[in-house]
Design a protein around this ligand. Structure first.
Ligand code: SF4
Length: 329
């Protein structure tokens, strides 16, 4: 591992200034992804700016009913928070489906959202990877790509985003609060991430040095009835092969509102807006759920080893929505 310097800033402004001044600096939060990548030589920061002592570790309900989650709130604490468990079960379930208890005790909200892909070629410094080293090629495109994307990929990168939390937050229309040089701003979570395009090394829309300080989840009464289904190769401590976050609001059996997002299928959490449009205003049936998934998945272009993801995502869409509909009956 490359030797690095360590700083613990006194406040958010100092943290942002430290990152802005050093192009090889990185923020350190729970360290559950960054430290692994440093050991592998994939990331080689010369300065770690430790943000874990900044006052960003609270969960609060705002006057408008939104839930504001500080960026350093640990995944375990967020999953156990009574408001999350009651009002946003999709969020609690997504968090609890991720990693292990020990990792969730360390991992933070902001770090979870900004974790790097688990593409095995990205983690292997001996393999070509445009994300790790722009212009070197993509070993996964015609290599082992079973776990990788079916939607929105490019010839330059077929990686998926590994976060379960981001998928749930995409379905909930969450907004990310960001501090950067010159001030603060808010970014809808689905606009935080880029598609790979020609520059897969550019993963987010955040400028250099920007620090995620909080995530705000708008009030959504229907989210009290929500679900997260994750398919993985073993029962725990595994990344998703496919996942769906779903919120379903029925009025006398008719879909009044629905939110759907997919995980492990694209470079970003995939909000399934076309499926939602297909469902809204129609009497819910499992067949309708399947047709809605088909509409969304028309855009899917599987790779050599992951065509199975198309029927898998269809199946978990039907299962999640049907379970929610049955619970509402
Ligand atoms: Fe790298 Fe993306 Fe190709 Fe994986 S899929 S090897 S991360 S460029």
């Amino acid at each position: 591992m490359r030797a690095f310097r360590y700083r613990r800033p006194a406040d958010v402004d100092e943290a942002v200034a430290l990152l802005d001044a050093d192009p090889e600096a990185a923020y350190l939060a729970g360290g559950t992804n960054l430290v692994d990548l440093m050991k592998l030589g994939v990331q080689r920061p010369d300065l770690l700016v430790d943000v874990t002592r900044l006052p960003l570790d609270t969960v609060e309900t705002l006057p408008d009913g939104s839930l504001r989650v500080g960026a350093t709130v640990r995944n375990s604490d967020l999953a156990a928070h009574p408001v999350v468990r009651r009002n946003y079960p999709v969020l609690a379930r997504a968090l609890l489906a991720a990693a292990s208890g020990q990792v969730r005790n360390m991992a933070t909200t902001g770090g979870n959202l900004l974790q790097r892909t688990r593409c095995v070629y990205f983690q292997d410094t001996g393999k070509a990877c445009n994300k790790r080293e722009p212009g070197t090629g993509c070993a996964a495109r015609h290599g082992q790509n079973r776990d990788l994307a079916i939607l929105g990929w490019s010839e330059q990168c077929v990686a998926t985003h590994p976060s379960d939390l981001a998928v749930a937050l995409a379905a909930l229309d969450a907004v990310v609060e960001v501090a950067e040089v010159g001030g603060t701003r808010e970014v809808p979570l689905v606009e935080l991430y880029r598609s790979p395009g020609e520059h897969p090394e550019q993963e987010t829309t955040l400028p250099r040095g920007a620090l995620v300080t909080a995530v705000r989840i708008p009030p959504l009464p229907a989210a009290g009835r929500s679900a997260y289904l994750k398919v993985r190769d073993r029962a725990s401590f595994a990344f998703a092969v496919g996942a769906v976050a779903a919120v379903l609001d029925l009025d006398a059996g008719v879909v009044r509102d629905v939110r759907l997002a997919y995980g492990a299928v694209a470079h970003r959490p995939w909000r399934a807006l076309r499926a939602e449009a297909e469902l809204r205003g129609r009497p819910f049936t499992p067949e309708l759920a399947g047709r809605a998934a088909d509409v969304e998945l028309e855009a899917a272009v599987p790779l050599a080893h992951n065509a199975f993801k198309v029927p898998l995502v269809r199946a978990i869409t039907v299962r999640a929505l049907t379970q929610l509909a049955e619970a509402a009956a």
